[in-house]
Design a protein around this ligand. Structure first.
Ligand code: ATP
Ligand code: MG
Length: 189
């Protein structure tokens, strides 16, 4: 189907309501930015949002500070503290990932939110701390049909891309890091 502006859309007039599985992947900056952009758009619509952050940075990010302003409209969890990444302690990393995924499944089962963001979960898949099978089968079984789920991280597996309804791949054209400019508040965190 041709991609046209909503006002020019000539297809079936009856809207199909479906909770989307959205994937933001690729090696360019903008995956979490796009995900939080969608979260804030949803919050503006009065939706309830749950966020599970799989890799906890050493600082409180701007997005957490903004989410706090929405009070009980948002539920936020961070599960990354346990990760070692250089697999010094693979068992601990796998255990942290499992705890995080259990949290995601509980949120989906409870079905109290309209939008779920599992930020950086695709890295956890990439490092094989969680299996693709457990994530896909969990989403299949527990994702509320009208709720939207957003997953972010580089190198989304092909099967996840096939499963998703919306996939955008961020491509690096330039990044300030290439000139030695480090992460900055308000832009990167
Ligand atoms: P953002 O949160 O800024 O949207 P992201 O979610 O696309 O970034 P992540 O892989 O989660 O990217 O990495 C987050 C951090 O890494 C950010 O500080 C971001 O600026 C930086 N980063 C992202 N892509 C690149 C890149 N291609 N080169 C260097 N640094 C990058
Ligand atoms: Mg990110």
């Amino acid at each position: 189907m041709k991609d046209v502006a909503p006002r020019e859309f000539n297809g079936p007039t009856e809207r199909i309501k479906k909770g989307l599985l959205i994937v933001y992947t690729g090696d360019g900056k903008g995956k979490s930015t796009a995900a939080y952009g969608t979260v804030f758009r949803s919050l503006g619509r009065g939706f309830k949002v749950a966020v599970v952050q799989f890799i906890k940075g050493p600082w409180i990010s701007g997005e957490i500070k903004s989410l706090e302003k929405f009070g009980s409209q948002v539920e936020y969890h961070s599960v990354g503290e346990g990760f070692t990444w250089d697999t010094k302690d693979l068992k601990k990393d796998v255990a942290s990932a499992k705890v995080g995924w259990k949290k995601c499944l509980k949120l989906l089962k409870d079905a109290k939110h309209d939008v779920y963001l599992f930020d950086e979960i695709i890295y956890v898949l990439k490092y094989k701390f969680l299996t693709l099978e457990e994530v896909l089968s969990g989403l299949n079984e527990f994702k509320p049909s009208l709720a939207h789920v957003i997953l972010t991280g580089r190198d989304a597996p092909v099967e996840l891309i096939e499963w998703a309804d919306l996939v955008t791949e961020m491509k690096v054209v330039k990044h300030p890091f290439q000139k030695g400019i480090l992460a900055q508040p308000g832009i990167d965190y």
